[in-house]
Unconditional design. Structure first.
Length: 117
């Protein structure tokens, strides 16, 4: 599956932003999807994961503020970012993990999110 994230930009703290990840391929619904981010000088971290059935899990730092969702009919996964903070500034990536795979093995180009205070 090929992935392309979009929707990043410059936003003010406390506002909102929605990232999109468009996927190619007819088997999108069979992939577990994840949103990751990497801030300057830091390691990449998992922000949110969403199962094939729509169940989600989040990093503690974004719980209650970010919401991941997917629309299998549109081959798209979303990350709604509410009340972003300056520390959320990072390049955000979407990734896919096939059934039975041990890790996320398909990655899209990232989209930069900059949160100003």
């Amino acid at each position: 599956v090929q992935l392309q994230a979009s929707g990043g930009g410059l936003v003010q703290a406390g506002s909102s932003l929605r990232l999109l990840c468009a996927a190619s391929g007819r088997t999108f619904s069979t992939y577990r999807m994840g949103w990751f981010r990497q801030a300057p000088g830091k390691e990449r971290e998992l922000v949110a994961g969403i199962s094939t059935g729509g169940s989600t899990n989040y990093a503690d730092s974004v719980k209650g503020r970010f919401t991941a969702s997917r629309d299998n009919a549109k081959n798209t996964v979303y990350l709604q970012m509410n009340s972003p903070k300056p520390e959320d500034t990072a390049v955000y990536y979407c990734a896919a993990r096939a059934i039975g795979a041990l890790k996320f093995d398909s990655w899209g180009r990232g989209t930069l999110v900059t949160v100003s205070s």
